[in-house]
Write a protein that binds this ligand. Structure first.
Ligand SMILES: Cc1cc2nc3c(=O)[nH]c(=O)nc-3n(C[C@H](O)[C@H](O)[C@H](O)COP(=O)(O)OP(=O)(O)OC[C@H]3O[C@@H](n4cnc5c(N)ncnc54)[C@H](O)[C@@H]3O)c2cc1C
Ligand code: SF4
Ligand code: SF4
Ligand code: SF4
Length: 391
């Protein structure tokens, strides 16, 4: 698994660490058709020092995954407003509250216009921009040195991102620091920016209006956790429920992730970060008082430092939750998303040109609409129709 030998995209998670450690500055990035930047080495300038390989999180994945889940929890915030602003039950907010003091820098993924980038916030209020899952690969290419400067200057640093991004940070730093706290998401996979740009172009064409930004992962409070709000430049907004939303429907079909996601080495019981957070699917069993339809978080303590953060939580309802049960409903905790190569290739190549058209051709919206209508029919009739459709 060495991208510098194989040039196979499954061996690179596009973190940007290699260019930042190269003493000759001879690594640049070229985007593939989906908008994922991959490294290109200028062989004439390369002095073969191998620093890029030594810092690559995929080449060194096994040594970076040194932790295992010691304890797992269900969590919701007491504060209804903050819970509503969060993707799941608000674990990330609880972590910020427990970790941050006046000298803490927080890193996470923010939506900047219609692109996702990793950036810094110097307080919890500013870090509000990191709330909500953005189902697009975030750009981390230029961020690593600034995080190192913060950690080495003695400030507390709280870094959040996908497991490969946490691994990239750890690999870049080369050692652990007491003042560094890392949080990784349970991760399905990420699509490239060019696919999202194509989706946005389709929306602009349909509504004859320029898109300013898209807010993802809005909860309707009735069990739809994936509503998106399109914000147009003229101030108008359009809410798309999951069944109407080409982006989230294609995401759920698992046809548009970057190649390394389909063989993700970090989807494993061996973890990299101090804490892992995700959705607690199956949390209905916790009891009505947990109000599952408002979102419940799963939190894993993978290190002593991670457990100390959890012990410091305030303003939350928290309960032990069986890790084996969590895995049953959240398979990406221990295994990568399965890939059907042909559907992925076919979808990605045509979606780059016309994302919404490709979703229509694949009947994603049509099938979602039928599925939704079927839900209103009595179960025997619904099952009969399903059998007819399958025959
Ligand atoms: C691409 C993606 C795939 C996911 N897949 C799963 C899954 O399979 N199973 C599961 O249980 N949970 C998954 N999650 C995590 C889940 O959606 C929530 O993000 C998580 O539970 C945190 O919710 P919260 O209420 O604690 O945080 P919030 O307050 O909403 O905070 C969101 C956190 O996610 C980070 N983040 C948002 N978008 C990105 C991004 N594009 N790249 C890196 N970091 C980002 C922010 O920095 C912040 O730390 C995924 C999230 C993303 C972004
Ligand atoms: S081997 Fe050294 S000089 Fe060559 S690309 Fe890698 S880091 Fe740069
Ligand atoms: S360091 Fe990051 S960008 Fe460079 S090859 Fe490895 S995974 Fe890819
Ligand atoms: S699935 Fe794996 S490789 Fe893909 S973004 Fe998530 S952690 Fe990174």
């Amino acid at each position: 698994m060495n991208y510098f030998i194989t040039s196979d995209k499954k061996d690179c998670c596009s973190c940007g660490v290699c260019a930042q450690v190269c003493p000759k500055k001879c690594i640049t990035y070229e985007k593939d058709e989906c908008g994922i930047p991959y490294p290109v080495v200028n062989k004439e300038e390369c002095i073969n020092c191998k620093k890029c390989e030594k810092a690559c999180p995929l080449i060194n994945a096994e040594s970076l995954k040194q932790n295992t889940c010691e304890k797992s929890y269900a969590l919701i915030l007491d504060d209804e407003k903050k819970r509503a602003e969060s993707s799941s039950g608000g674990a990330f907010s609880a972590i910020m509250d427990a970790v941050c003091d006046d000298n803490t820098y927080i890193y996470g993924a923010e939506m900047s216009g219609c692109s996702v980038v990793h950036s810094e916030a110097s307080n919890i209020e500013e870090a509000g921009k990191f709330k909500k899952s953005k189902y697009i690969k975030s750009d981390t290419l230029g961020i690593w040195h600034s995080i190192k400067d913060r950690v080495e200057s003695g400030s507390k640093v709280l870094f959040s991102g996908t497991p490969c991004q946490v691994a990239a940070l750890k690999s870049f730093l080369g050692k652990d620091y007491d003042n560094l706290f890392t949080v990784e998401l349970v991760c399905h996979g990420v699509p490239g920016q060019a696919l999202f740009d194509s989706f946005v172009r389709g929306v602009e064409k349909k509504y004859k209006n320029k898109v300013k930004t898209v807010k993802m992962r809005i909860k309707d409070g009735k069990g739809d956790f994936y509503v998106s709000e399109i914000v147009f430049e003229n101030g108008r907004t359009k809410a798309l429920k999951t069944w109407q939303n080409p982006w989230m429907l294609a995401y759920s079909k698992k046809v548009m992730f970057m190649d390394s996601c389909y063989s993700c080495v970090f989807a494993s019981e061996k973890r990299t970060a101090d804490l892992t957070i995700g959705d607690l699917w199956g949390g209905e069993k916790l009891g009505e008082e947990w109000e599952f339809e408002k979102g419940v978080s799963l939190v894993l303590a993978n290190t002593v430092k991670g457990q100390a953060v959890i012990d410091n939580f305030t303003g939350v309802k928290i309960k032990d939750y069986d890790f084996a049960d969590a895995i049953k409903r959240n398979p990406n905790l221990v295994a990568p998303t399965k890939c059907n190569n042909n559907s992925v290739k076919a979808f990605r190549s045509s979606a780059v040109g016309d994302f919404i058209g490709t979703c229509k051709k694949n009947k994603y919206m049509f099938n979602a609409k039928i599925g939704r209508l079927l839900r209103f029919l009595p179960a025997p009739l619904r099952n009969k129709l399903k059998k007819i459709a399958k025959a």
